[in-house]
Design a protein around this ligand. Structure first.
Ligand SMILES: [Zn+2]
Length: 110
């Protein structure tokens, strides 16, 4: 599953930050447009930490909304319909400003 690979990547980054100490919490910024299912990611994270010294570690997810902007008329905001990428004012294709983020922002260790 997609989320399992992502959770493994998060743990790798967190593990480098923890430098061998047990991880307690990991803060993650997650954009809406990544298509990642939050619950599935939390489940995968829990499954991967079970039985390790970081067992019980929590993933704290900060969701970043999808914000787009129009290069033609400069309209910016959240798309009215789910992931509709056409400008509501002029119909041009819009660019993603935020919503693609997926990064570990902090790691809490014991
Ligand atoms: Zn426009």
């Amino acid at each position: 599953m997609h989320e399992a690979a992502i959770a493994a990547g998060i743990l790798e980054v967190a593990g480098e930050n923890a430098a061998g100490r047990p991880i307690q919490k990991v803060g993650l910024r997650l954009g809406r447009f990544t298509g990642v299912v939050r619950e599935a990611l939390e489940f995968a994270f829990e499954a991967l930490t079970a039985g390790t010294k970081s067992e019980g570690a929590r993933l704290e997810i900060e969701e970043v909304p999808l914000v787009v902007s129009c290069p033609v008329c400069k309209w910016a905001g959240r798309p009215a319909e789910n992931f509709c990428m056409l400008c509501p004012q002029c119909g041009a294709a819009m660019q993603i400003v935020t919503g693609r983020e997926m990064e570990v922002v902090w790691v809490d260790v014991e």
